[in-house]
Every structure is written in structure tokens, then in C-alpha cells.
Design a protein around this ligand. Sequence first.
Ligand code: NAI
Length: 289
Amino acid sequence: MKVAIIGAGTMGSGITQVAATAGCEVKLYDTKEEALDKSKTKLEKVLARLIEKGRIDLDEKNRIQSNITYVTSLKDLGDAHLTIEAIVENLDIKKQVFQELQSLQSQDAIIASNTSSLSIASIAASLESSERVIGIHFFNPAPLMPLVEIIPAVQTSDKVKNKVVEIITNWKKVGVLAKDTPGFIVNRVARPFYGEALRIYEEGGASFAEIDQAMKTLGGFRMGPFELMDFIGNDVNYTVTETVFKEFYYDPRYKPSFTQKRLSEAGYLGRKTEKGFYHYKNGKIDKNY
Ligand code: NAI
């Protein structure tokens, strides 16, 4: 199967690895050449580590890498059977990309968005053949997280929904069907986790490191809420909260945080910029900072 991934950032790179590992021919597209280079370098490191751990051999590494082509023109995605978009969480930009894409692909090609919170129905409405649009929401890091939310819009055909369920199962993921509501399942349930942690911190109830420590020690979480926000990206996390807040008619339960907004504005996006709530060195929290 031919798969196109749009956006070579955190999610697009991870989904590319998943699809290529499952044997698909993948074209990874980004407008920025440096994003593609970064993605390629990261995959090389990830696969080398998998060899070290004995999870794959050199042949498997070569097979995965040879399944991927890196492209900088949307026109190269014309022959894809399935396209998964993973670009910036902005409805207008996503719609624009989908509109350009529809004229390049056949009418039965499936078009999916990895959006965390935007309405699949409104993305679908921007296309003439909206029945082939669906949400396929992976979690970060996509190669490691088994869960994938599959979100049919009002317009999505059953044929497309069933085909996507089959593909996700073949990719060895656990697909869960969710309705097209703000934040779907996981991002809605997770909002209070981040929101209350931010409120405790903003009220001076505890430092963010102490909140993380408490949640990891007693709550059994692998990462505390602040480590997780830095991992996801403060820009992405803030935007998702803002969307869910607006979509639920400004329900105060989902109110976004000024602290996180300011960090995003400052470019303190988390691990990807080496600064967020924490500072990072070589991918790890810099305890000496
Ligand atoms: P990111 O910021 O790491 O990567 C976005 C990539 O898209 C960048 O490489 C950028 O150059 C590229 N891009 C931007 N506009 C483009 C365009 N018009 N055409 C082609 N490429 C373009 O973002 P990330 O974190 O990978 O998020 C992508 C999507 O996945 C968002 O919708 C986000 O809500 C969703 N998501 C993010 C998760 C996370 O933990 N970061 C988890 C699940 C979903």
C-alpha cells in the first residue's frame, strides 16, 4: 500500500516509521527540507538503537529505510492510497493543504488528519468528496504507543471507516473508534490532568518539579504533567486545550493556562527546543540548570 505522510515533525516522523515498518511504501512530505533531514537522522538513530537492543537486524533496518522517500512537493503524493496529515494544529492551514491535495489524488484515496482536537467534519467539509476524510489520531511517540483513535466524521463512509480499522490493525496498533467531539477520548480526559497541575503551580501550591514527582511516585505515571507537556510541546498542548475550551462553549473546566501560553510565545516549547518548563541537555532534563 502507498502511504503519504504530510508533516515531518514529531508525529509525522513517528507515523512514517510505523507505516514503513508495516511494509508500506511511504512518502514523507514537508515544506521544510531541514525538517525532512532531521526526521531522517532521527530515524537512523532510532533504528540503530533497536539493533543494539536486538529488536531488529540490519536487514530489517534497511528494509524500513528503503520503504521511505522524502519529498518536498505535494505533487509527489498523487499516487497514495492513504494520506495522513500531521502538520500544525490550525484548521485553515490544514484545509488549504487538503484542498490542494484533492485535485492530485484519485477520488477513492483516503485522506486522514492526525489532529488532536479539531473537528474532522469541518476538515472534511473543505473537500468535494468528504466521505473519504477521517481522523486517525496517533499518540506520541507513535512507534511505541499502541493506541490509535479512529474518528469518522458525519460525512465519512462506512467503507472508509472499515478500511482504516483494517489498516490500523495491520499496523499492529489498537484502534478505538471515537465520535467527532472536541479532544475525542484521550485528549478530553487528559485536559484536567494538565489543567489542574497548571493551576496548582500558578496558585503557588507546589513547584512543577514537585507536582511531577508526586504524580510519578504515587500516581504511577511515567512522566508527570509538566514533563509530559514539555514532551508533547507546549505549543501543541496549549493549542489543543484552547480548541477544546472554545469547542465546549468556554466551559471553565478546560480553561487554558497563561503560564503555558507565555512559554509557547517565548519559544519554550519543551524538549524540541531544549527549553520548556524544564531545560534539556542531550534529550534529558538538565538537572544542573
Ligand atoms: P510539529 O511541530 O513537530 O511538526 C509539524 C511539521 O509540519 C513541521 O515539520 C512543519 O515544517 C510541517 N508543516 C507545517 N505546515 C506545513 C504544510 N503546510 N505542509 C507541509 N508541512 C507543513 O508538530 P506535531 O507535534 O508533529 O503535530 C502535528 C499534528 O499532530 C498536530 O495536528 C497535532 O495536534 C497532532 N498531534 C500531536 C501530538 C504530539 O504529542 N505532539 C500527539 C498527537 C497528535
